[in-house]
Design a protein around this ligand. Structure first.
Ligand SMILES: Nc1ncnc2c1ncn2[C@@H]1O[C@H](COP(=O)(O)OP(=O)(O)OP(=O)(O)O)[C@@H](O)[C@H]1O
Length: 451
């Protein structure tokens, strides 16, 4: 909603009126917004009601209703935004200023970005393990720790998690989190105002320095120079440095060689897009956090729609929640599909090997590991062959890759596929199973009719 509002009013207006608003949830079909005082309440009613209703409409609400409630003074004083404000239009989706939490040494950390709230999966387990190691022995384990990966995959989250962990154990340690953009701007201002000494002292006296989006150093010679000295000062004093980037150091163009080599001194680790199970687990955790009781199958539908960016995945969940509560209907796959249909083009669902195995296992009512195991009885061999056939059919994986997944060689897989192909159309039970599974996997069989 805020994203919509922000596009339609000036930045000043937005900051004056909308930044302090608190979401009090949906009550009897109406979205209740907490505002500071009765003056604001009146102002919102007069000037922003229609805009807010339009915003809800754009999110799929058919009969949007918004009301305003004055917050008690104490709540007002403690007012914290629930989420980082949305990016201004035109900028890539990333949170703006981090949230402020109490605790002297972690002022700039987002309270949500802790290890407890980080779901570990095959896509991020190495980065997670490295971050934990660094958190346990800062300045000793890997220095610097360099985390890279695409947009919205949890780099900032992991960095902050290290910050929280260290802040808790060592309240006296100074922790600084900064985006490369802010670092650059601060430096420019410091030079302009003749305050470079203060600037240097500030960054060279921290115990843990977290720098986000270090790829933006590319082409900025003066900032690189300054960062080089900051890096050296911290490194020599065994202070921990963690850097994030959308690409590994070797791919950052126009980065000075001496900086690149320093970035490679410690450990370089990447985060990949999460696979289906991890996406579902992240959604589940988010739902539990927000005390939303939402069926597993709905989470699975969302996880199939959004496959690459976790920020978007979370956005999709919130969209489904908003859609169903504003329209006062319970969660279902059909409702979720509807809520997401305007934003995410119904896509060919990308199926992964593990998805197929799980579906086949549940169809034949046996654990996935048994199907992948070494058993040779017919009850296991048939599901295994069906799984291999469907993986070949529905994914881009090669025979050797499928073989590896099942711990077998590619000729065994080829044999399995041939067996199933030959039986199709002859063995009616097998044919029905394969067709049912194929439909399920393509997301066509949602059991809800054509809603
Ligand atoms: N493994 C995870 N478990 C739970 N939440 C996650 C996980 N990874 C990312 N998230 C959530 O996804 C959102 C985006 O993560 P984050 O901002 O850390 O991404 P990023 O890689 O730093 O993105 P950018 O490149 O835009 O800076 C955050 O809300 C974060 O909490």
């Amino acid at each position: 909603m805020l994203g919509y509002v922000r596009k339609n009013i000036s930045e000043v207006e937005y900051h004056t009126w909308f930044a302090p608003v608190k979401n009090l949830g949906v009550q009897e079909g109406s979205l209740v917004l907490g505002v500071r005082n009765s003056f604001a309440q009146e102002w919102f009613r007069k000037h922003y009601l229609e805009l807010l209703e339009d915003a809800l409409r754009s999110l799929g609400a058919e009969h949007p209703q918004v009301s305003f409630q004055v917050l008690p003074a104490a709540q007002d004083a403690l007012l914290l935004p629930n989420d980082p404000p949305p990016p201004p239009p035109g900028n890539p989706a990333r949170p703006a200023a981090p949230l402020i939490v109490p605790g002297e040494n972690r002022k700039s950390l987002n309270p949500k970005y802790t290890f407890e709230n980080f779901v570990v999966g095959p896509n991020n387990n190495l980065a997670h393990a490295a971050a934990l190691a660094v958190a346990e022995s800062p300045g000793k384990a890997y220095n610097p720790l360099f985390i890279y990966g695409d947009v919205g995959l949890g780099k900032t989250h992991l960095m902050h998690a290290v910050g929280h962990y260290i802040a808790e154990r060592f309240p006296e340690k100074r922790i600084e989190y900064v985006s490369t953009e802010s670092f650059t701007n601060e430096l420019i201002n410091a030079i302009r105002d003749d305050r470079t000494t203060q600037f240097r002292n500030r960054y060279r006296s921290v115990d843990l320095l977290l720098v986000d989006d270090i790829q933006f150093l590319a082409g900025k010679e003066r900032t690189q120079e300054e960062f080089f000295h900051t890096f050296n000062a911290l490194y020599e004093n065994h202070k921990q440095i963690i850097l994030s980037s959308d690409r590994p150091p070797k791919d950052i163009q126009t980065l000075e060689g001496r900086l690149r080599s320093r970035f490679e001194w410690g450990l370089i680790t990447d985060i990949q897009s999460p696979e289906f199970e991890t996406r579902v687990a992240i959604l589940k955790m988010n739902a539990e956090h927000n005390r939303i009781d939402i069926p597993q199958e709905v989470l699975e539908l969302i996880a199939r729609q959004v496959t690459t960016n976790i920020r978007e995945l979370e956005g999709a969940l919130m969209r489904v929640v908003a859609f169903s509560s504003l329209n006062n209907v319970p969660f279902s796959r059909a409702i979720a599909a509807k809520a997401l249909s305007n934003v995410f083009a119904p896509q060919e669902v990308k199926v992964e090997m593990m998805d197929v195995l799980r579906q086949v296992a549940s169809h034949y009512n046996m654990p996935p590991d048994v199907i992948r195991g070494s058993g040779r009885v017919r009850e296991v061999v048939v599901p295994r062959q069906v799984a291999q056939y469907l993986i070949r059919d529905l994914t881009d994986h090669s025979l050797p890759e499928i073989g590896q997944f099942f711990g077998r060689d590619h000729s065994t897989v080829m044999h399995a596929i041939n067996k199933v192909s030959e039986a199709l159309g002859k063995d009616s039970e097998l044919t029905a199973s394969v067709e049912l599974l194929r439909r399920k996997m393509k997301g066509m069989d949602d059991g809800e009719g054509g809603d």
